[in-house]
Design a protein around this ligand. Structure first.
Ligand code: NAD
Length: 328
């Protein structure tokens, strides 16, 4: 690698990102921008050979064209998901890398946290006792032991979530179009999973096939009083159908770390926003919804690994053009 430090533009920077990149970066002059990468901010990459965007940055054709015109050679995503990338627009023009798995434990453990919070009403108890209200009325949950959890997607995170659930003595059924050959848990069809599960947890990527996987039809096939957990991608769930099911009691509770229209809200303080997204407002106002701001990944270990792998991806490319961890 030459002595000259390559310039890299880092978008949507948060203080917790910088800590690890500053600690591990040796070879690059990183320009940190708080702006998201959008058609309007693409010019900030002028003079840079690579950009480091995050999960809700825009990487559509307009932005990719803009990056290519600016001379950027590489998009080093600092996340696993790449549904925000127009891969066709990038193909053969600009290298795109990602961090395929930085801490599946972080996301799987958080998913169980959402379930425990929802089921045992910890979110309500926390506020009650601060107000010296020590009543237990309305806080009744159920034993997870012996309940059936349906896990949709048995990749890195799904498999760890299954192990955690088994630690609680839960029965597991799983659905994945690409089942593991040596799985020690039973695979069932999606229909069977919907019918059998007391709790359903989504751990699959957002694709054309999985968009709105949870909709009015699939909800109708679920048990009455089911709990739904989504720490994967908001677009997997049709929010209006979810809201209707929460209102009717068909779905007894939802633990959501993602929302289909999250891009304009999540990761930011929007408390002074007057014109709010109606569906999101309704969801967060429901007592049986615990909604967090895409924070399931947020552990020290995950942030360290994200910085390390992103920098390794840059190193490989600038050494000899190798595209490690490609998005294809
Ligand atoms: P992975 O690639 O290891 O596993 C995904 C699994 O989903 C694979 O086994 C795949 O076969 C399966 N799958 C594909 N299409 C499916 C479908 N239509 N129905 C059911 N299963 C399907 O991914 P992972 O590391 O386990 O991550 C899972 C998801 O978690 C990611 O796609 C991402 O959206 C999400 N994620 C969220 C956070 C967060 O902070 N909330 C962080 C990281 C990842």
């Amino acid at each position: 690698m030459s002595e000259k430090k390559e310039r890299i533009a880092f978008f949507d920077t948060k203080p917790y990102d910088r800590v690890w990149f500053d600690q591990l970066n040796r070879h690059y002059h990183i320009k940190y921008y708080e702006h998201k990468l959008t058609p309007d901010s693409v010019s900030l990459a002028q003079g840079c050979r690579a950009v480091i965007p995050f999960v809700n940055d825009t990487l559509d054709k307009t932005v990719i064209d803009g990056l290519c015109e600016t001379g950027v050679e590489m998009i080093a995503l600092r996340c696993a998901g790449y549904n925000n990338v127009d891969r066709q627009a990038a193909a053969g023009r600009i290298a795109v890398t990602r961090v395929p798995g930085y801490s599946p434990y972080a996301v799987a453990e958080f998913t169980m946290g959402l379930l425990l919070t929802l089921n045992r009403k910890i979110h309500k108890a926390y506020f009650r006792t601060r107000d010296f209200n020590f009543s237990l009325n309305g806080l009744v949950g159920f034993d997870l032991h012996g309940r059936t959890v349906g896990v949709i997607g048995t990749g890195k995170i799904g498999q760890i979530f299954i192990r955690i659930c088994r630690g609680f003595g839960m029965n597991v059924v799983a659905y994945d179009p690409y089942p593991l050959p040596d799985a020690d848990f039973p695979y069932v069809s999606l229909e069977e999973l919907l019918q059998q599960s007391d709790i359903i947890s989504l751990h699959c990527p957002l694709t054309e096939q999985s968009r709105h996987l949870i909709n009015a039809d699939t909800i109708a096939q679920m048990k009455d009083g089911v709990y739904l957990l989504n720490t994967s991608r908001g677009m997997l769930v049709e929010s209006e159908a979810l809201l209707d099911a929460l209102k009717s009691g068909k779905i007894a509770g939802a633990g959501l770390d993602v929302y289909e229209e999250e891009t304009d809200f999540f990761f930011e303080d929007r408390s002074d926003m007057v014109k709010r997204d109606t569906l999101l407002s309704l969801l967060v106002s429901m007592p049986n919804v615990v909604l967090t701001s895409h924070q399931a990944f947020l552990t020290k270990e995950a942030l360290h690994n994200i910085a390390q792998v992103t920098l390794e991806n840059l190193d490989a490319y600038f050494k000899d053009g190798t595209v490690l961890n490609p998005v294809q």
